[in-house]
Design a protein around this ligand. Structure first.
Ligand SMILES: Nc1ncnc2c1ncn2[C@@H]1O[C@H](COP(=O)(O)OP(=O)(O)O)[C@@H](O)[C@H]1O
Ligand SMILES: [Mg+2]
Length: 407
């Protein structure tokens, strides 16, 4: 048994925690730790996951053999920092910074001769206004340069809009920078890949579809494989390989997002960890047979000597997600039935019970996802449609009864 430190204890780190606890002694570090995680951990430290010095001190005290996170960006720098300082397997702190800063990602693309959308890193409203008034695009996207979960990501359609929304984006930026970028209007792709000893292996590539809610930059579905024609998917895959290897990821899983504008493909962001919402734990393994958690644990411990066997399966899978309106759940039907369907995998439906108080926030954090698999995309769509028809939830805000938000 070895000692592995896991940083982060949110719902999407649970698959990693469960796998690690089977064979290793887990030292868990997170700002909040619930009893499910506590029961699996050998030892818990309550700490902000970005506090890299404090966490390094814990890691040294515990003499850990490896450090890891998954499905969240917030802990990626700390993981790399602790590994680097202790001489454990990792991606390097500088690489971790590149993969968690949207402005550095664009600088690096330019260095690699990869086209980027017109953008600027603004530190104050004046810089933002200057860029906005200069680019001549009708709309731009503003986003904190180093956050995740769509917090603070907004569309801006006018100068007054920018004045109004800039501060909100700044509020979520850790380093005090906001990226302002021409808004691309095409389709979006999501790509997962794997690296080992600097060698790149493609995993899955899919389509992202968004809620039709202003400034809710949260996906309502992510479906694998992409339904785009093969030549386009090949272009996405080639670009992803160029970016992930060009950015210097030597090991681990990467999660990248691309958007089209006209015929050109652009990087939205790339992360040095598996995709959240159980993409890493469930969708990668449904698509390729990889046990992602096992792989991540083995590389963190320096035990993965050869490339894992990937078996690209000719199937389909994805997540569907919904929001609940703000209030209190007064009626919930179909949830148990849906959770028991053989093609339904991990999900967060078990949290929904009569009496549950709900928040509705325009970011990804309050979504309820369900992972679904099928033998092809057509069947996947049918199964998702069936699930939409079966789940019936009513939420009261004291005056009105509202229902699930699927679109
Ligand atoms: N330049 C852009 N043009 C159009 N949409 C964008 C642009 N940048 C971001 N978006 C939209 O906002 C979403 C969230 O932005 P992203 O940079 O991925 O932030 P987060 O790290 O919070 O996920 C993207 O998935 C995409 O839908
Ligand atoms: Mg994103």
């Amino acid at each position: 048994m070895k000692k592995i430190m896991i940083i982060g204890a949110g719902v999407y780190q649970l698959p990693l925690m469960q796998e690690a606890a089977k064979e290793q002694e887990v030292i868990l570090v997170a700002p909040q730790i619930n009893s499910v995680f506590e029961d699996l951990a050998a030892k818990c430290y309550i700490c902000d996951v970005t506090d890299k010095e404090k966490i390094l001190a814990y890691a040294q005290k515990e003499k850990i053999d490896g450090v890891i996170t998954d499905q969240t960006d917030i802990a990626v720098r700390t993981v790399a920092y602790v590994a680097e300082k202790m001489g454990l397997p990792g991606i390097g702190y500088q690489t971790a910074c590149l993969f968690t800063d949207k402005s550095l990602m664009r600088d690096k693309c330019e260095e690699l001769n990869i086209p980027t959308l017109p953008h600027v890193l603004a530190r104050n409203l004046e810089q933002a206004l200057q860029f906005y008034n200069g680019i001549g695009a009708d709309s731009v996207i503003i986003k904190p340069v180093d956050n995740q979960g769509s917090r603070g990501v907004q569309q801006v359609d006018s100068e007054s809009d920018l004045r109004l929304k800039f501060e909100e984006a700044m509020r979520y930026s850790r380093s005090g920078g906001v990226l302002i970028e021409k808004r691309a209007k095409g389709r979006e792709f999501v790509v997962e890949s794997l690296c080992l000893d600097g060698k790149y292996y493609p995993l899955i590539c899919g389509d992202t579809n968004y809620f039709n809610i202003q400034d809710a930059f949260a996906a309502k579905t992510r479906l694998f494989p992409s339904c785009a024609e093969k030549s386009l998917v090949d272009r996405v895959q080639a670009l992803n390989k160029k970016i992930v290897t060009g950015f210097g990821l030597i090991q681990g899983i990467s999660h990248s997002e691309y958007i089209m504008d006209g015929d050109e493909l652009y990087l939205i962001e790339t992360a040095a960890r598996g995709g959240g919402v159980f993409i890493s734990s469930d969708l990668i393994s449904i698509g390729t047979g990889l046990n992602t958690e096992k792989f991540l644990i083995r590389i963190a411990l320096g035990e993965q000597d050869s490339a894992p066997e990937l078996e690209y399966r000719n199937n389909a899978c994805g997540y569907m997600a919904f929001f609940l309106p703000k209030g209190e759940v007064i009626f919930a039907d179909g949830i148990d039935e849906v959770m028991q369907l053989p093609y339904v995998h991990r999900n967060l439906l078990h949290d929904i019970k009569i009496g549950l108080k709900t928040e509705f926030q325009l970011d990804k954090t309050t979504r309820y996802p369900v992972i679904v698999s099928a033998s092809n995309l057509e069947e996947l769509e049918k199964r998702m449609e069936y699930i939409r028809g079966r789940i019936n939830i009513k939420v009261s805000d004291g005056e009105n009864e509202n229902t699930i938000i699927w679109e």
